[in-house]
Design a protein around this ligand. Structure first.
Ligand code: COI
Length: 355
């Protein structure tokens, strides 16, 4: 493995107060960069002071969006150490996204080593106030200056770090979500499964239309029939119907969330009935009318577990669990965050120490 060289920053920035942290607004003192050139492969892994990038205006990323990203978190544990949550899963997904976008694969072990090294250099930035963490954003950009539509011959893999608070202003309190009936996010065969910028760019319009009405995000329906539930803007989604917990199956257009996977794992471990299957919005509405829609929540790295207190679908407003946090949402949130922050045992060996 190529050695990661380090250039220390000469002017360290002031660190924000833990209780004032928002999501993704401040960044640490250093960043990781590695270059790719066709014929030479990935090379020159380095940690340098956090700084702007200088790119050619014709760089492919600006025009055709050949780019992927990841999101994962590190936490300070009671023994003063720093641990990441299931980072290998993010690196695997990064390479699945890379493959979909014709970006050359990255050595996952090197990427993990780089993230660990970067965090240990910026360790002082890991916040420890309740509900805070260090968000890790690895991403790849295509930097070849070329206006033809073709895979780039040059890339940069970059990792930046951001101490964060809750993703939603509601925190762990229930959010309101609007079911989107007009716009769609992805279709099977498209890029919905990949973590790529275009999926998020195309979500903005729908999000903007509902945010003025008090909705935190939209719930996407399938791109063909606009009938089956897919996911929320930055989360996978779960419903509890008459005792059974259901979540949309991975169908090629849904993001395979690491938190989604962890939630399913925990629910099975607790012997709750949990099923991955196709779920129509009709079915959710019928369950609601029958008094059987007991809970709804989203799962994601940024959002952790976010209870859904209200779902609007056209004229209908479904108030779920009286707009309050449900029992399972709370249990999942507490268990996940306790494992992540090292406050309880980690029975599945999900956390990885940053040495
Ligand atoms: C995450 O949960 O880490 C995500 O990537 C969602 C994001 C777009 C904020």
């Amino acid at each position: 493995m190529e050695e990661i060289r380090v250039e220390q920053s000469q002017s360290l920035k002031p660190k924000p107060q833990g209780d004032q942290l928002e999501f993704g607004r401040v960044f640490t003192d250093h960043m990781f960069i590695m270059d790719y050139t066709m014929g030479k492969g990935w090379h020159d892994p380095r940690i340098v002071p956090y700084q702007p990038l200088v790119l050619d205006p014709a760089a492919i990323v600006f025009h055709y969006g050949q780019t992927v990203f990841e999101g994962l978190k590190a936490y300070e544990t009671p023994d003063g150490k720093v641990r990441m949550f299931r980072p290998e899963k993010n690196m695997q997904r990064l390479n699945r996204s890379n493959d979909r976008l014709c970006i050359p694969a990255i050595d996952e072990e090197l990427a993990l080593t780089a993230v660990k090294k970067l965090i240990s250099i910026d360790k002082e930035w890991v916040p420890n106030a309740e509900g805070t963490s260090l968000y890790i954003r690895p991403f790849v950009i295509s930097i070849e200056p070329y206006l033809g539509v073709a895979p780039s011959k040059r890339y940069q893999f970059i990792v930046i770090l951001s101490p964060v608070g809750a993703y939603y202003k509601e925190g762990i309190n229930p959010v309101k979500i609007a079911v989107e009936n007009e716009y769609v996010r992805a279709v099977a065969g498209g890029t919905g499964e990949a973590k790529t910028a275009g999926n998020y760019a195309s979500s903005l319009k729908a999000q903007e239309l509902v945010s003025g009405q008090g909705y935190a995000q939209v719930l996407w329906l399938d791109g063909v029939k606009k009938k089956y539930i897919e996911e929320v803007g930055s989360m996978n989604v779960f419903f509890k119907i008459n005792g059974e917990i259901v979540t949309p199956e991975l169908n090629g257009s849904i993001l395979e969330g690491v938190t989604r996977n962890s939630v399913i794992h925990l629910l099975k471990y607790w012997d709750y009935p949990v099923t991955e299957r196709r779920i129509s919005m009709e079915e959710i509405f019928q369950a609601y009318k029958d008094g059987q829609l007991e809970e709804a929540f989203g799962s994601g790295t940024a959002a952790v577990i976010s209870p859904i207190g209200e779902l609007s679908w056209g004229e209908a407003k479904l108030v779920i669990n009286n707009g309050e946090t449900g029992q399972i949402s709370k249990k999942l949130y507490d268990t996940l965050t306790n494992i992540q922050t090292g406050k309880t045992d980690d029975p599945f060996n999900w956390t990885v120490e940053v040495e």
